[in-house]
Design a protein around this ligand. Structure first.
Ligand code: SF4
Length: 289
């Protein structure tokens, strides 16, 4: 490669890596994100990857390259973006859910409601079934062991947790004398309107449905999760891919289950239009004992 071209690529790559947002060079346009393990890259590798991405006319984001958060240093939002954020503000709905008394038996045992979290303009959403004990204590979805596994997968897909949207069908922990239990159908039906309103405001481009219970609540399919996982279904006009719940993966950490879980999630980013590299496809989530 010509040295002046290398220099140009390096300058473009560093602009992205160090937070100057999307940049346009004479021959290069760099926008948005590319999934896959960038946090483990050195800067030099990142430059090479930017070059490879540009060559293939795919997209790149610097904050993924070395784990820097450049979000705050991106150019100020336009009026249109601000308006969009206001329209998608979920706070009124969050407050409504926090006061909800529709399931008195859950209200009497919950510490708090677990509404959901992430970017209200996320392209990708993950929906599980219900909060467990850790979530009930912290008021955040997927923060226990299953949450750690989900976070690992989200990061490997090339996102921070805050760049996607994560929630459950049920906003209150199903009460149980010992341990967590599966939500009942009646409980999920009571809570489903909140999920519809929530995702209706976020408007993700792809939804990953985590586990058979969430799938049952959202789509009432005739077939089981083991038959439907990995297929692109439709939820309220949005492509939705069911896969294993991370807790199931923890309980059954065989290479096959981990591969299926990962490949279903990878399919979601493929649907978003991201490039999936060969080593992305070969990766397997780690499951610690
Ligand atoms: S589970 Fe949903 S519908 Fe039931 S009390 Fe909690 S927020 Fe309300």
């Amino acid at each position: 490669m010509e040295s002046d071209l290398i220099g140009k690529l390096q300058r473009e790559a560093y602009k992205v890596i160090y937070g100057h947002g999307p940049v346009t060079g004479q021959e290069i346009t760099v926008t948005h994100g590319i999934p896959g393990g960038w946090k483990r890259c050195s800067e030099l590798e990142a430059v090479g990857m930017v070059y490879a991405a540009v060559e293939k006319n795919c997209s790149v984001t610097g904050q993924l390259a070395i784990g820097w958060d450049v979000t705050d240093r991106l150019p100020p939002a336009t009026q249109e973006e601000k308006q969009d954020r206001i329209q998608r503000c979920l706070d009124p709905l969050r407050r409504k859910v926090a006061k909800c008394q529709k399931c008195p038996h859950l209200v009497s045992t919950r510490r708090q409601t677990v509404f959901g979290e992430g970017d209200p303009r996320a392209e990708l959403a993950f929906v599980g079934e219900a909060p467990g004990e850790d979530e009930d204590r912290q008021g955040r979805p997927f923060v226990g062991r299953a949450g750690k596994l989900l976070t690992q997968v989200i990061n490997r897909l090339g996102f921070y947790r805050r760049q996607v949207y994560i929630c459950n069908v049920l906003k209150c922990r199903p009460d149980a004398a010992s341990g967590n239990r599966k939500p009942t159908r009646a409980e999920m039906l009571e809570c489903l309107p909140y999920l519809k309103a929530q995702l209706g405001q976020v408007r993700p481009k792809v939804i990953v449905i985590l586990g058979g219970t969430a799938l049952e609540a959202m789509l009432e399919p005739e077939e089981s999760i083991s038959r439907l996982r990995g297929e692109v279904l439709d939820w309220q006009g949005t492509p939705a891919i069911p896969t294993w719940h991370p807790a199931y993966v923890l309980r059954n950490p065989t290479p096959q289950v981990r591969r299926e879980f990962w490949s279903d999630c990878l399919e979601a980013v493929r649907l978003l239009g991201y490039v999936v590299r060969k080593d992305d496809a070969l990766w397997l989530p780690r499951v610690n004992a």
